[in-house]
Design a protein around this ligand. Structure first.
Ligand code: ADP
Ligand code: MG
Length: 595
């Protein structure tokens, strides 16, 4: 509901938005804006169903640029609450005040007020007791609203957003010039250091008709370096044409971009703003307008995936030593301490799952975000402002691994880690993981080119399969051949491996093959061929890579660093483990009290 009201204010061109709530919104929700306001007649009309002012023409349905368009939010909200609307349009001398309870207009008066609109919603569901019990706990609602306002403020850095809860200020974001500064404002410098900025990546979708101009898609926003790993999707916010949405296709595109950079059950932090031609996206597929459908689904998916992947490849953010202490699924930064943050610290986290409760009769489109109260964990929501002004150039993006090939190996630690020096500090590289990354990219390239390095076996290796594995085997036989496995059926549910990818030990062959069949079983049905190939390559690379506890001479270490530097993505192994840690010059100098 707050989402609908915020979107209305943004539609009205407001540049100051103030949200006040009490009791998690049950007692009161008020949104005050300085937008265009409403004419007296329109103010009354706004409460009639389908009274939207935003469709001038049926054709408009195809190109919906404003956030709302169905004229249903205000009447729905008014029918289940006591609502007070105060508004004045620039075109009128006086303002209008409309009072409604349970959908009935109680009064409509002229008032004096400044331009803009204020909508106050009290006693939500006072007349629908049955619906009341579907209201989530106060803390949950509060956390949800805070997250919503925070993220809309990120989408509009040029506007002022305020959030007040029972008189306490939870968010105050004053206008800033860039999205980067807004991120700093609401999340602080630590978060900013963990993020890589997507700087307006463009994609052109060619239309089949020669005279139709190509459609432009632009993706901007922020994504976390792969070492920042969350165990759910709560830190992923996707806006399509200014609207906050939850879309499976785009969530999948994001995950695929991090595929092989992050362990499977982990998720990044992401703040994505996708802009595209309104005709390319249908926002009218879900009553709460939180889902969208792209006209060219797979194109949109691949564009988003590739834009993110390319940005990651390009900036190659290096993990720093501070990450070594919590390698897995670290929690998001805590809320800055304040009384109000303490209050909401214990609220459960949002999980993106279908609602556990039956769907509510009135769907106000709160994002389709269900809350699983049994998963009570500390709230991973970072709000309030008050990080002060943006310090000029103080927050540089994570240092890059682009020059890893120039490092000078100093030696080995425990015959397992290469220690190396570079202009930017000291590096430790996990030799097995590094080699894995090198072999993984090699295998992928060879598969794509159809010339996998295959090794003929002196004696075929016989592998027994279950019935299911047999089916998968038949299905991916071509891909196996491409990856360097030469196999043939050998009696009932048994196959013989006659040749295998170079580097894999004879003793490991059956395990690699079974692992690949398992990937095929899990993934082939839902995931693309390229993901299957990645799975095969990862599996082969892992077995063929040099192990830890293997002494390496200087030449081998040099080769390893150069080869790693030449990979597309030297930061993580195909399973998402980090390849290298960096102890930056700045940290070294600091530790020696030299700066
Ligand atoms: P929709 O946004 O889908 O058009 P709503 O029920 O949300 O439908 O709003 C109905 C109408 O009320 C809008 O079309 C708009 O003209 C007007 N309106 C709602 N909120 C505001 C606001 N904050 N400022 C100006 N006009 C508003
Ligand atoms: Mg609306």
């Amino acid at each position: 509901m707050v989402k609908e009201l915020l979107e209305n204010s943004l539609d009205a061109g407001a540049s100051n938005l103030r949200v006040e709530i009490e009791n998690g919104g049950r007692r009161l929700i008020r949104i005050v804006d300085d937008g265009c306001g409403m004419l007296r007649d329109d103010a009354l009309l706004a409460f009639e169903r389908h009274a939207t002012s935003k469709l001038r023409d049926v054709k408009d349905l195809l190109s919906i640029a404003t956030l709302g368009f169905r004229g249903e939010a205000l009447p729905s909200i008014a029918s289940v609450s006591r609502l007070l609307l105060e508004t004045r349009s620039e075109e009128e001398q006086t303002g209008t005040r409309v009072e409604i309870a349970g959908g009935k207009i109680l009064s409509c008066d002229e008032i004096a007020r400044a331009g803009g609109t204020s909508i106050t919603v009290r006693d939500l569901f006072f007349n629908v007791p049955a619906r009341k019990k579907f209201l989530r706990s106060e803390q949950t609602e509060l956390a949800h609203i805070a997250s919503l306002v925070t993220h809309y403020s990120l989408a509009h850095p040029d506007k002022t957003f305020e959030l007040w809860n029972g008189g306490a200020n939870l968010l105050l974001a004053t206008p800033v010039a860039t999205a980067r500064e807004r991120v700093f404002q609401v999340f602080g410098g630590q978060t900013l250091e963990d993020l890589v900025e997507l700087e307006g990546r463009k994609g052109l979708l060619q239309m089949p008709e020669p005279d139709e101009p190509a459609r432009e898609f632009v993706l901007r926003g922020f994504i976390s370096r792969p070492q920042v790993q969350k165990n759910n999707r709560n830190s992923i916010y996707i806006f399509v044409n200014g609207r906050l949405i939850r879309d499976r296709l785009l969530l999948h595109a994001l995950s695929s971009a991090y595929h092989n950079l992050m362990p499977p059950a982990c998720f990044p932090f992401a703040l994505l703003f996708l802009e595209c031609d309104c005709e390319e996206v249908d926002v009218n597929v879900h009553p709460s307008k939180t889902e969208v459908r792209f006209r060219h689904q797979s194109w949109a998916h691949d564009f988003v995936r590739d834009a993110i992947r390319e940005q990651l490849m390009q900036s190659r953010p290096a993990p720093s030593f501070s990450y070594s202490s919590h390698p897995h699924a670290q929690p998001a930064a805590e809320l800055p301490y304040s009384e109000s943050s303490q209050q909401i610290q214990d609220a459960p986290v949002f999980v993106m799952q279908p609602p556990l409760l039956p769907p509510p009769r009135f769907d106000f489109g709160d994002g389709g975000i269900a809350v699983a109260p049994q998963q009570a964990q500390p709230l991973k929501l970072r709000i309030p402002d008050t990080h002060g002004a943006f310090p000029d150039g103080a927050y540089s993006p994570p240092s890059s691994m682009a020059r890893i090939g120039d490092l000078r190996p100093l030696g080995q630690l425990h015959n397992s880690f290469i220690v190396a020096a570079g202009v930017d500090g000291l590096w430790i590289i996990d030799q097995h993981v590094a080699h894995e990354r090198i072999l993984f990219e090699q295998a992928l390239a060879q598969m794509a080119a159809g010339n996998a390095h295959s090794q003929r076996l002196l004696m075929p290796k016989i592998v027994e399969l279950t019935a299911e594995q047999q089916i998968e085997y038949a299905r991916i036989a071509d891909e196996l051949l491409l990856s360097g496995f030469d196999t043939e059926p050998f009696g009932n549910r048994t196959i013989a491996i006659k040749a295998a990818p170079a580097g894999v030990d004879f003793g490991d062959l059956d395990r690699v093959l079974l692992e690949i069949l398992e990937i095929a079983e899990n993934e082939l049905r839902s995931v693309s061929l390229s993901d299957l190939r990645r799975g095969i390559a990862a599996s082969v690379a892992c077995r063929a890579a040099i192990k830890i506890n293997t002494p390496l001479d200087q030449k081998k270490m040099e080769w390893m660093l150069r080869a790693l530097g030449a990979t597309e993505y030297p930061m993580a192994c195909p399973h998402g483990r980090p390849v290298a840690l960096q102890y930056g010059m700045k940290e070294i100098l600091k530790a020696f009290h030299r700066i």
